[in-house]
Design a protein around this ligand. Structure first.
Ligand SMILES: Nc1ncnc2c1ncn2[C@@H]1O[C@H](COP(=O)(O)OP(=O)(O)OP(=O)(O)O)[C@@H](O)[C@H]1O
Ligand SMILES: [Mg+2]
Length: 332
């Protein structure tokens, strides 16, 4: 089931079955970010309140534990599975007394798109927001177990959440541009992290806006408020902002749920161009979208991780009856 991620990533880009043309101009709505809340911007709803930032259990040697790393075929780079970018180990997530997800262990492969599926309320958003510690300050949120990013616990003492969110960016279902100009939005993270000098900012903004297909629509009004853009354009702006800091992982929570088909297609096409440099985890209720864009698929249900495998296998030959029911549209 587990084929080589690097090869698979290439096949994603070239896959004609995806029916995705190259990057297109998009004009719809989108959702974004999170990673720059630490810059002093208001975050999305649900960020306030405090939580006894539960200390995570320490977990040892994630990279060395990669099954592929132990393979005798290690001499051939093509046969070696790279270490997971994100690894959840015995992760239980709760709000108050209620466990939302229990004992989740999973590896997210680098350089591929992973779809996170499950019925409403199954904990997809909670899991996604845990990966860059967006839930830490939500009232009642608790975690046990651990999440490792490139082998290190995201909760280890001294972890800078701003730096974490630079590495693990996020797009929300609804766009959340910052109250500053379009140009300043795109480069806000670049500025905050001092990734470039002032003289480079406009060029960076242009490159990122072109990348998401928004340049032609906004090039004449870079100093304008983003709130006059359409919802879809705002979403693309937030995507440009998220990409501008060169994240390692991009978390997408139903990013196209309010988009028209053309804009959805352009986002999906863009995802393909970002792979394999970027690792993407996308929550979607759109099963066809998961099949189109995702290399790997995870299915959550009733507080458990039911199945995790190659997308084709999960959809066409699911190991679990529950998964079969869900992917055939019989519930959820
Ligand atoms: N801040 C919170 N406080 C208390 N309970 C919460 C909080 N956020 C989420 N929950 C609960 O956690 C469970 C999982 O929610 P979550 O948003 O992760 O589900 P989801 O799979 O993303 O659902 P959907 O597909 O509808 O977006 C739900 O029962 C929800 O009510
Ligand atoms: Mg959700």
């Amino acid at each position: 089931m587990a084929s080589d991620p690097a090869r698979r990533a290439v096949s994603i880009q070239a896959d004609p079955a995806g029916r995705l043309p190259g990057q297109a101009m998009a004009t719809s709505h989108a959702a974004t970010d999170g990673e720059f809340r630490a810059v002093g911007q208001a975050g999305p709803a649900g960020q306030t309140g405090s939580d006894g930032q539960t200390a995570a259990a320490t977990v040892s040697s994630p990279a060395a534990a990669s099954p592929a790393a132990a393979s005798p075929a290690a001499a051939s780079p093509a046969a070696v599975g790279p270490a997971p970018v994100i690894r959840a180990v015995g992760l239980t997530l709760s709000f108050g007394e209620r466990d939302i997800l229990r004992d989740i262990s999973l590896d997210i492969r680098p350089g591929v798109v992973t779809a996170l599926l499950g019925p409403t309320g199954s904990g997809k958003t909670t899991l996604l927001r845990t990966f860059n510690r967006m839930n830490d300050k939500v009232t009642g949120y608790r975690h046990a177990g651990d999440v490792l990013l490139d082998g290190d616990s995201i909760w280890q003492s001294g972890t800078d959440t701003m730096a974490l969110r630079r590495k693990v960016g996020m797009l929300f279902q609804r766009p959340n541009p910052f109250p500053m100009s379009i140009l300043d939005n795109v480069v806000s993270g670049v500025r905050a992290h001092r990734l470039a000098g002032r003289g480079q900012l406009r060029e960076i903004a242009e490159r990122r806006l072109r990348e998401v297909g928004l340049w032609d629509a906004v090039s004449g009004r870079l100093k304008d408020s983003p709130f006059r853009l359409s919802g879809g354009q705002q979403q693309l702006l937030c995507l440009a902002r998220a990409l501008a800091v060169d994240p390692e992982v991009l978390l997408l929570d139903e990013p196209t749920s309010s988009l028209d088909p053309v804009a959805t297609e352009s986002i999906e096409a863009l995802l393909r161009t970002l792979i394999p440099q970027l690792t993407v985890i996308i929550v979607t209720h759109n099963l066809a979208q998961a099949r189109r864009v995702a290399d790997r698929t995870i299915f959550l249900n009733k507080g458990r991780l039911v199945e995790h495998g190659d997308t084709q296998q999960v959809f066409e030959n699911p190991a679990e009856e529950e998964t079969a029911h869900y992917v055939s549209g019989r519930f959820g």
